[in-house]
Design a protein around this ligand. Structure first.
Ligand SMILES: O=C(O)c1ccccc1NCC(=O)[C@H](O)[C@H](O)COP(=O)(O)O
Length: 273
């Protein structure tokens, strides 16, 4: 029986094949090579250990989702991105998947033109074409979901991203997936607490898995942040960063919300010593 992830990936492949007919890989490579150099998302997320006293926020631009349906209309993603940057987001995540999340590469272009912070192209990466595409459209970081990829793809896609100057957020859900991420030499590792089979969010999963991630990696808690208490929970359990979508796009003052999350996270990190 196919899973939600299988269904999403099938649509992603179809849409990508359509884009390939419009822009060849050779053309994309030229565009990527002409793009301004990638920003250092690893440093922005506190990669060097000296800057880990802060809780970093990856603020997501997300219109809809398979689990919740419509979240926010977001007519002007550039304006939302500026609010995120003003609030102190370290990275802005732009969901570019069209069918389930109503995102697009045009969103990525608009956000790139509006802010200077590193950008995550948040999509279901299945093919090197998407990595060249991410770079050509100004992304600095891409997402690789361990559950969707073979070990060979994880290694190959990570290497290509590095060659293009980008970093990789490697997303995991289980201890076995963390082992695979580590074997692929991931240094920014996310634990997504949204189960990709049921779409249920279980925040306790983060605390049970974060300790398996080796020291030195940036640990990102993904999904399920509703308020500052959730940020405190993730930071107290070992998160260096949180990736937040719904709680920001559905809030009237996302800038203040990010500042509040950062303060809660810094306090929890200080308390954990
Ligand atoms: O959000 C979903 O429903 C979803 C379903 C299937 C695959 C991925 C999905 N979301 C992608 C994400 O990882 C989240 O957008 C991200 O972690 C932010 O989550 P949240 O703060 O809970 O909106």
């Amino acid at each position: 029986m196919s899973t939600v992830l299988d269904d999403i990936n099938a649509g992603v492949r179809e849409d990508m094949e359509a884009r390939k007919r419009l822009v060849s890989l050779a053309e994309l490579k030229d565009l990527a090579q002409a793009a301004a150099p990638a920003r250092d998302a690893w440093a922005a997320l506190g990669g060097p250990s000296a800057s880990r006293a802060e809780l970093k926020v990856i603020a997501e631009i997300k219109r809809r989702s398979p689990s919740k349906g419509d979240l926010a209309a977001i007519g002007d993603p550039a304006s939302l991105a500026r609010q995120y940057a003003d609030g102190g987001a370290s990275v802005i995540s732009v969901l570019t998947e069209q069918r389930r999340f109503s995102g697009s590469l045009a969103d990525l272009d608009a956000v790139r033109a509006a802010v200077d912070v590193p950008l995550l192209r948040k999509d279901f990466t299945l093919d090197e074409y998407q990595i060249w595409e991410a770079r050509a459209h100004g992304a600095d970081l891409i997402l690789l979901i361990v559950a969707a990829l073979s070990d060979a793809q994880l290694t190959e896609f990570s290497a290509l991203s590095r060659e293009l100057g980008m970093n990789v957020l490697v997303e995991t859900h289980t201890e076995e997936e963390i082992e695979r991420a580590v074997a692929a030499q991931a240094r920014i590792i996310g634990v997504n607490v949204r189960n990709l089979k049921t779409l249920d969010v279980d925040r306790s999963v983060f605390a049970s898995l974060a300790g398996q991630i080796p020291a030195g990696a940036v640990v990102v808690a993904e999904s399920g942040v509703r308020d500052a208490d959730d940020v405190t929970h993730y930071a107290a359990s070992g998160a260096n960063a949180v990736l937040v979508g719904e709680a920001l796009v559905s809030h009237s003052t996302p800038r203040e919300r990010i500042a509040e999350f950062k303060a809660a996270g810094a306090a929890a990190i200080a308390a954990r010593g």
